[in-house]
Design a protein around this ligand. Sequence first.
Ligand code: AKG
Length: 291
Amino acid sequence: MKILSDQAAEWREHGVVYLPGALDAATVAAARDLFDWSRAHPTASACRFYESEDGTFYQDLCHPEAALAYRELLCDSVIADLVAGLWQAPDVWFLYEQIFLKEGRAMRRTPWHQDSPYLALDGEQMAVMWLSFDAVAREHSLEFVRGSHRGPLYDGSAFDAADDTRPIYAQGLPRLPDIEATRADWDIVSFAVEPGDVVVFHPQILHGGAATTGARRRTLSLRFFGDDAVYATRPAPAPAPLVAGLHERLVAGQPFRHPAFPKLRPAPAGFEDIPAVPGHQRSLRAQMQSA
Ligand SMILES: O=C(O)CCC(=O)C(=O)O
């Protein structure tokens, strides 16, 4: 699939674009295997955001060896080409992966939030590709406030079950508005998705996942940045991406480059330079070095 100029325009204007059938069956199968790899290799950040008698909402992100594990998917599939097509720019770097699993009879919604307050980078050329391995009806899918990637940067949501807008920094950024309580005031859009469809969004867009009932929802978010991305400070050190020494190495406004983030396009580069992390040298890195 090739990105059309109206899809790139929609991406720029709305901050989100739905690409039905963008991935073929082999790519979906490879991505699903990697979702399972991430489930089988939890990081210290793995957690259940919410848990009740009715269901579980599990997530994990930024495994230090994910770029190595995901390398073939990232380099050899159409994924990075789609991102470059939306940006209409040639350079694409991989930032990190995140998995979400909602299962059980019912699971509450993912609070409205932007990803940018959690992230130590800003840029027009940033993208999150959200793919689901289960069919998701529109009313249970990820929702977006169209165009809000160009609006204010709010504080993050602490994902507190008692208060969806409880901030993470509580200083320096305005508190999130209560979008759920005032839905009619916002230009909300969402998409029914099947495996193979992708939704790509800018990390500054306001988004949140609708509640699910009955069905399991396994989703993978792949995050990318481009040439214009710069290191950005937040009211306190941003929690993501979780890379040792990142905040000490970069200063605000400096191009966002670090060996933890390999380049995917125009040609893959930097996979050999991904820093080893104590406790994570064993598996993939050891295999790569002995290959
Ligand atoms: O899948 C979800 O419910 C949340 C996804 C999300 O917030 C993200 O990928 O940034």
